[in-house]
Design a protein around this ligand. Structure first.
Ligand SMILES: [Zn+2]
Length: 406
């Protein structure tokens, strides 16, 4: 027996006025997901606990059976490892955004107008930065996908206890502050603020940004680190469950979770973590992982969360249909007599508030050992009648192992 866990990041939502009080999943009317629901058992899933609003890293760790409060203090190390940077035992790692700032280094846009492939060229320039005031600290930077990037600091006297949040629009960006009174936290905040200022110096006059301004796109004229953490302390997935696993993802955060849990993390051509992501290529990569001898495949699609954070209702519906095509390709490619298929969002993200939600999300399990419950549609609403009732993220893996007969 083997298992595939399909996660649509932020796919669940609330009833929306512009959809006649239906949710994006209901409007997408996902045929393959409905097929899965008809063959399986459904219910409500609290990724962390009832009413708790998860971050993507805490939610995805929880779905894989890792207690986020134990394994890690933040997302930085996952982002860095997923972007391809080495994270050593004494390093501190950060997620970074290319941002738009004004002349006085105050925030204009936290995603730099959603800069796309051009960010790669800018990333190469930022990679060359060496600190001048804090020259004792090594900086390792890598652009990942679009405006997303990661940073690893290596040296003496560093701490992850520095401000972790994106400033509000209009507030200064080189204003990272220590979160405790230690020398290390103060030192790290100073190091990061120097890095932010240097990034602005090398980026503000770069040709890519000159051209962006010319066509009325926001320049990516600074890099802002956030979400700092040290290397997580995680048992390998195989040790934990005896399953040889692969992780199929575009987003660095998820690739990092895969890497630190010892999964195979292939680079899938066309997996971008954005709206244009090739979900069918991901489905094929997942099926190939089974052929390659893996018995657990974790497939993650980021784009529904991105659409929700932009408040893009039509975009979210379209992305759910693309995820549905992935589910269809998987269902056509596996045999439920030897494969358990699980589908869930890691959390809901509201197109209305543009923020993650603390609501339970729809989860569905299908497989030969699963008793189907008569639910015929996969949606936030339909699974209230599901046979699973209400489970939490940490229940997923024990249930998978049970349905696999292990
Ligand atoms: Zn998420």
């Amino acid at each position: 027996m083997r298992c595939i866990l399909i996660v649509g990041d932020g796919m669940a939502d609330q009833p929306l006025r512009e959809l006649n009080f239906k949710t994006p999943i209901e409007v997408a009317n996902p045929q393959a997901m409905n097929r899965l629901a008809q063959q399986g058992v459904s219910g409500l899933l609290d990724p962390i606990a009832s009413g708790v609003v998860p971050d993507s890293y805490t939610a995805n760790l929880a779905l894989l059976g890792y207690d986020p409060s134990v394994v890690c203090e933040g997302r930085g190390a996952f982002e860095a490892a997923g972007a391809g940077l080495h994270v050593g035992q004494d390093d501190v790692a950060f997620r970074c955004n290319f941002v738009t700032v004004d002349e006085s280094l105050c925030l204009v846009d936290e995603r730099a107008g959603r800069i796309g492939v051009e960010a790669r060229i800018l990333g190469e320039v930022v990679e060359q930065i060496q600190l001048k005031v804090h020259s004792d600290v090594e900086v390792h930077f890598k652009q990942a996908l679009g405006f997303k990037a990661a940073l690893v600091l290596r040296g003496e006297g560093l701490s992850s206890k520095v401000s972790v949040v994106m400033p509000k629009v209009g507030c200064p960006v080189a204003a990272i502050v220590p979160l405790d009174s230690s020398f290390e936290a103060k030192h790290t905040a100073d190091v990061l603020n120097e890095f932010v200022r240097l990034s602005n110096q090398v980026l503000k006059c770069h040709l890519v940004n000159v051209e962006r301004k010319f066509v009325n796109h926001r320049p990516a004229n600074a890099v802002l680190p956030w979400g700092g953490s040290r290397k997580p302390d995680m048992l390998f997935f195989q040790e934990k469950y005896g399953l040889r696993a692969a992780c199929i993802a575009g987003a660095s955060l998820i690739k990092g979770i895969g890497k630190f849990s010892g999964m195979d993390v292939p680079d899938v051509q066309g997996a971008t973590g954005e709206f244009d992501t090739d979900t069918l290529a991901k489905a094929d990569a997942a099926l190939a992982a089974f052929v390659g001898g893996r018995d657990f495949v974790y497939v993650h699609v980021e784009a529904a969360d991105e659409a929700s954070h932009d408040g893009d209702v039509a975009g979210k519906v379209a992305v759910i249909q693309k995820i549905d095509a992935l589910v269809g390709r998987i269902l056509d490619g596996v045999d439920l007599s030897d494969t358990v298929v699980v589908l869930a969002p890691d959390h809901g993200t509201s197109c209305l508030t543009r923020a993650h939600m603390g609501d339970a999300v729809p989860v569905c399990f299908a497989g030969v050992n699963v008793v189907s419950d008569g639910v015929t549609v996969y949606s936030e609403r339909s699974v209230y009648k599901g046979g699973l009732k209400r489970i939490s993220g940490k229940d997923i893996m024990p249930m998978v192992l049970n349905y696999m007969g292990k």
